[in-house]
Design a protein around this ligand. Sequence first.
Ligand code: ADP
Length: 640
Amino acid sequence: MAGLKLNHIYKVYPNGAKAVSDFTMDIEDKEFIIFVGPSGCGKSTTLRMIAGLEEITSGELSINGTVVNNIEPKDRDIAMVFQNYALYPHMTVYKNMAFGLKLRKTAKDEIDKRVKEAAEILGITEYLNKKPGEMSGGQRQRVALGRAIVREPKVFLLDEPLSNLDAKLRTQMRSEILKLHRRLQTTFIYVTHDQIEAMTMGTRIVVMKDGFVQQIDTPRNLYNHPCNKFVAGFIGTPQMNFFNARLKKEKDGVHITLEGANTELLADISLFTKINPAYLDGEKAVVLGLRSEHISTNAKAFPYSARCRISHYEDLGTDCQVYADFNTKNSEFDESCSKVVMKAPAGSVYASGEIIDISLDLSHMHLFDAETEATISPRIPELTSIPCTVNGNNLQLLETVLPLPEAIALPDGDYTIQLPPEAITVSSSSKSGAAAVFEGEERINNSRLLKLSCGGHTLYSLSGGDTQLKAGKTVYFTIDLKRADFINNGNECVQRSLPLDNSLTGKLIKRKAVEERTDANGKIKKDKGFVIDISTADYTAELPDGFGIKLLSSGDMKQLFLNEMQFHFTPYTVKLAKNGISARVDKVLDYGSERFAACTVGKDTVIVAAEGVSEGDSVHLQLDYGSLSVFDTVREILLV
Ligand code: ADP
């Protein structure tokens, strides 16, 4: 039984191919995790790095709290099952299953007991004396599973174990593997390119593309809340319908125009509370996604109606899949950008070219940026936008007036304040803050997203100490203004939020070092070795031992000392000190309750939490190595 931690794992093959980038995930004991994605996306490479069959280029892999990067595969307590079974053809099933244990010098009776038990679990007892050549694909895969089971590993790794089997057998083996997981109560990691396998087997699924993790979530959340168009299109059959669209907010709701369609939709504004309002200007290109089950040929099934022209339909027995076009004048279905697939009851009959009224469930629509393809309506919204007014250094916002700290000073006028949900703190006590009505909360993985309404606006908050908030009751919220940005009348963003990511460019330097020690006879001995220095602007200093070791274990030595590095830290993980990196204070940022200094270091600017400094001061900075990240800018790899 084991939990795994994959921390910023990268794989670059010796030929330079970057197969896996920044894979970070905690896998809990007994989970059934699926890695899914198209061929070549890095699933097997990740699995092989966990098994120890492939070296990890950078990042850390822990099993049950122990870092295993440099631990031999055989000592990792992991068993792997491959697609091609990898059985020895000249050995009987019994011997194939016993072989690994024999190599490990397990006692004979113990081997016998484990092989017979595993054979029993898998229903292959009667084949123990047969050779693999005399068995079917499904039986051979059972033997391969048996060979893994007898090792009693902490983690099972399965690499497309069913892809050599026919469809019927695959379905049967799928449920057998699930039963096996329940029975063995261990962690399973399963690689597949088949989204149905992924959706039916995993407790959580990792969707990958081009070496990057796209989303890690439960099957249900992947289906209901895909984080981008790729995940939305990969999960679900038939594939989600996608339309190029524009959204325009008007008084009566949001007008949705679908490219090519001669139907316009007017959607309720409440469907857009999580969206960045910049997308509601009628100009920005978005992609609207809607699954076929959320479109019905019954004009009254859902609240939004539209009209379309039938192309053809397929009766699947359980229901009917209807292919149509939102452009009622179009007869070229295949080429059309307004084509749509929807559901109808089994037995439905349509004529090709028929124009029918249909209905849409827009509460299930998905919206993506047309360029980045990322969702623009994420479960945790990026920001809440509320109109406000600045008047004589006071901010008037939803019936409250807040004094504006110096760092935010803005010319008088009307603005829209943009607040990420982290900037709003909710409490049920009236001691401080503005009043709002608590609308409810959503649990999103480990976060609680609180929804408030105030003066006709919806606000979202990620921080509320109170767990006993009641829907419909009055609550009070405060705003952390150092996270706020403003949009002025001319629609330009006036950046006033405190940048939280600092970076300095520099290098890592390998320096010869000699360490003196006294041996058992009292003689002084010299040990030759090397230390790693960090060098940035005019500053060079030795890195703490542990940090240097971490860097060495996670990078190709030559590149480590050759490439330009970026050192990342926050305003809170750097401090003023007597000596350290030389910097000059360019500006003091006074946010009222906290002050920061914007400092120039060489050609970089960094922000430091600092009291008692003035513009023009020369200061020294010390980095907190416990939380420093190092990014190799050439290989684009996070090393620590
Ligand atoms: P998947 O399992 O998702 O099909 P892989 O992990 O096998 O993908 O491969 C990921 C990428 O790494 C692919 O582009 C593949 O060509 C490349 N790759 C895999 N193995 C090697 C190797 N030994 N040397 C170089 N490139 C490799």
